[in-house]
Design a protein around this ligand. Structure first.
Ligand code: HEM
Length: 138
C-alpha cells in the first residue's frame, strides 16, 4: 500500500533521475538485459525510442499517483498491451530489480532503505494495476 510519504520520496528522487534521463534509461535497460538476456527478444532491434517511452511513462505514473482515477485505466490499458507484447508477471519483477539497481547507482547515498522501500511499494502498485485486468480474465 503506497502512502503519501512514499509518493513524496519517489517524486523527489525522480526529479534528480530526470536530469540524467538518457543515462538512467541506458543503465535500466542494460541491467534488465543482463538480469535476463531473453527479454531482449521481446523488443525491436532498435530500442532507443522505447527506452525513453518507458522512462517517461514511469515519470508520468509517479506524478499521476495522487490522481488514481485517471492513472489506473491508463495503466490497465498499458498492461493489456504488455500482455500482447509477451511480458509475463516474472518480467515485472525483473524490471523492478533493474530499476532499484539503477536508482541505487544514480542516487548514491541518497537512496537509503527508506527510499528503497518507498520505490518498492510504488512500483508494486504500478505493476499490479498493469496486471490487474489480466488476473481478472484468467
Ligand atoms: C511499470 C512498468 C512498465 C512501464 C511503465 C512500461 C511502459 C511502457 C510503454 C509506455 C511502452 C510503449 C507502449 C506503446 O508504444 O504503445 C512500453 C512498451 C513495451 N514494454 Fe513496457 N513498461 C513497463 C514494464 C515492462 C516490462 C516488465 C517489460 C518486460 C521486460 C516491458 C516490455 C515492453 C515491450 C517489449 C514493449 C514494446 C516495445 C516495442 O515493440 O516497441 N515493459 N512499455
Amino acid at each position: 500500500m503506497v502512502i503519501e510519504r512514499d509518493i513524496d520520496i519517489v517524486r523527489r528522487d525522480w526529479e534528480k533521475v530526470e536530469l540524467i534521463v538518457d543515462t538512467t534509461a541506458a543503465l535500466l535497460y542494460d541491467r534488465l538485459f543482463a538480469l535476463d538476456p531473453a527479454l531482449r527478444l521481446l523488443f525491436p532491434p532498435n530500442i532507443e525510442e522505447q527506452k525513453l517511452k518507458v522512462i517517461r511513462m514511469l515519470g508520468a505514473s509517479i506524478y499521476g499517483l495522487s490522481d488514481p482515477e485517471v492513472l489506473i485505466p491508463i495503466l490497465q490499458l498499458l498492461g493489456r498491451k504488455h500482455f500482447a507484447f509477451g511480458v509475463c508477471a516474472r518480467d515485472y519483477d525483473t524490471l523492478a530489480d533493474a530499476l532499484l539497481w539503477t536508482l541505487r547507482l544514480g542516487l548514491g547515498g541518497g537512496f537509503d532503505a527508506e527510499h528503497e522501500a518507498a520505490w518498492k511499494r510504488v512500483y508494486a502498485e504500478l505493476a499490479a494495476h498493469m496486471q490487474a485486468d489480466l488476473a481478472r480474465d484468467s
